[in-house]
Design a binder for this molecule. Structure first.
Ligand code: ADP
Length: 321
């Protein structure tokens, strides 16, 4: 049996933090009190989480010359970066202002993440899982998803549509190729509104939102849905039924929730990979799914009690489960 290996086709960013007293207003020029540069981008964050969870992972993406440090940084954590190209443009950037009261404002520059890398005709047969987000060209995301299903055996596909795609993109997305959709509550609501063309009332229970999403004509009913609910944990819907797993009980205060979703997603995918290594069938029973979700919420619970994004993701060894 092929040992599990995940391909992440996603983004890499130079995250630049400018610490300020108050967020800058229109027309104002202010000094910042501290500057930090950190590794980021949802592709990189989730690939790191898979590696820290013990999974074999390759990141496929691109940076400019100013992002070569990112390649070295990710390699040192255990992410294979042979498929990260250095292209003739700037690396993607997030310019993040952080105010003394914790408020932030972020400007994203896609840069090399939107570089049109050549598309393959088939995926390497070493891959068993494919993880996608929405910070690279949508056409590339769609192509990789389609290719995952023309492999024999098909590659298990996971999509975290963040940031949420446009109406047009959602309409043309090959939903029937997707095995696992991972969304947070806001993304679930937005996707449901686009697919059903109905407004969702505030306070609608997540079970109702997910049920509506599944009934939408464009959505594929066999796609499993995982919806993270912040401090409320996670809701999962599969053909075998639905389950709710509460968030981890924390030992200390919540320090920084940035990247909690990426940490959760990486551990979840690593859990799917571990399951497929031990079983002939890739179908998960509800108890098997619950066990993977418990590990993933525990990892995300550690993540929110630490500062940073990639830096706050724990290793598998730090978990009790
Ligand atoms: P995102 O970061 O994508 O918005 P969520 O806010 O839903 O995603 O968080 C992802 C996961 O992180 C949750 O399912 C939960 O396990 C964990 N988490 C987030 N916030 C908290 C919190 N305040 N307390 C405990 N766990 C949390």
């Amino acid at each position: 049996m092929t040992p599990p290996r995940c391909l992440v086709r996603g983004s890499l960013n130079n995250d630049e933090y400018l610490h300020v007293k108050n967020l800058v207003r229109a027309g104002e020029t202010i000094f910042s009190t501290k500057y930090e540069r950190r590794a980021g981008g949802k592709g990189a964050n989730q690939a790191v989480a898979i590696a820290k969870a013990g999974g074999r992972v390759d990141l496929l993406g691109s940076v400019g010359e100013d992002g070569i440090w990112l390649i070295q940084y990710l390699q040192a954590i255990g992410v294979s970066t042979d498929n990260v190209s250095v292209v003739e443009t700037h690396t993607g950037r997030a310019m993040i202002q952080v105010a003394d009261d914790g408020e932030n404002s972020i400007i994203l520059y896609p840069g090399a993440n939107f570089y049109p890398l050549p598309l393959p005709r088939a995926l390497d047969s070493r891959y068993t899982h494919l993880l996608l987000q929405n910070e690279v060209l949508f056409s590339s995301t769609q192509t990789y998803l389609r290719l995952s299903k023309s492999c024999n055996p098909p590659i298990i596909s996971i999509f975290n549509p963040s940031p949420i795609p446009s109406k047009e993109q959602v309409a043309q997305f090959p939903w029937s190729n997707l095995d696992w959709l991972i969304v947070n509550q806001g993304e679930a609501t937005a996707l449901c509104e686009i697919l059903t063309e109905e407004s969702i009332l505030k306070d609608t229970p997540i079970s109702e939102i997910i049920a509506k999403l599944c009934d939408a004509p464009a959505f594929y009913p066999s796609t499993n849905i995982i919806c993270t609910l912040g401090a409320k944990g996670v809701f999962a819907h599969t053909l075998h039924g639905t389950i709710v797993v509460p968030a981890a009980s924390l030992r200390g205060p919540v320090i920084d929730t940035t990247g909690a979703g990426d940490c959760f997603t990486g551990f979840f995918v690593a859990g799917l990979m571990e399951h497929s290594a031990n079983k002939v069938s890739t179908t998960l029973s509800l108890p098997e799914l619950e066990s993977i979700l418990r590990t993933s919420v525990e990892a995300a619970g550690i993540c929110v009690q630490r500062r940073g994004t990639i830096e706050s993701i724990p290793t598998r060894k730090e978990l009790t489960q």
